[in-house]
Design a protein around this ligand. Sequence first.
Ligand code: SF4
Length: 329
Amino acid sequence: MVKKRLASGQPCDKCAQAEEMLKRRGLWGQIDEVLWAVEGESHSPGAKVAARHGVKLAPFFVLLDESGEETVVTSALRLVRQHLDSAPVVEPPRADAFDPVAAAKQLEGAEPAEILRFGLTHFGERCAIAFSGAEDVALVDMASRLGLPFSVFTIDTGRLRGETCEFLDEVRRRYGIAMEIVFPDAAEVSSLVTRKGPNSFYRDGHGECCATRKLRPLERVLGRFDAWVTGHRSDPRASRELPAVEVDPIFRGSSERLVRLNPLARWSRVDVFDYLRRHEVPTNPLHERGFARVGCTPCTRAVSAGAPNRWWWEDQAGEPPGADPGGGI
Ligand code: SF4
């Protein structure tokens, strides 16, 4: 399905209505991929498909038959009447009725998009992608192409770099998503910085500040979902490979158990950037400036490959950190 996004970042009304109609009839699962034609951006994926087929209206649909031949359908109703199988609406299971062992087996060796499709098919908007403002934008891109309902959140610790804030905005507009921005509890942050100052992590370690600004907000937001999607990749030094799907060993969801999907577990950083390049996905400019992680301003820095770029002072006992380069609350 090709949908049109207006320059304002909103999807066009007709595209939203067509999607709503397909979902109401339980047919949305038969849409393999959604491409956006962005107003004024002839290089956007949907605009390229529209140009290839000479279509000037949105939404439209491209059907691919077994011989690889493409047929364009410019009416959602005609698509329903002539091309889609009617399907019963299936109520997805809640996390506590979900069998993670069977799911992990089923997804052994699956590609990230398939793992994501599995999670979104089961949980829909009760499944949230945790977006960190880094290369895990690949997950948002994949989910958007699948065309299945999903939620996205990110945690604004109050210490993010300006580039990351701008990048969050770019991703919201590019994909037309209502990304939830989750903040730490203001009273907790105020208490911490009043007692210890804004940069206590340089003296006491990062634990207390991270718990206040990241972990507790994460706990809070996950408590509203049945499943979440992380951008975690398997650490080659770890004793076990990260599974594609599992019950979260730490956090709890809305029905006590929380399912965690790790679609990028088998990918390396190179694989992720290869995907981003191939699909012309926007990236945080900090990556090009040597930031392997794009987290909080005072705790990350640009480094050459292999050197620690986060909380580096904790590995170098006695060496005082540089001045806080700015940003933050
Ligand atoms: Fe605090 Fe640094 Fe952790 Fe950010 S990364 S929450 S500034 S300790």
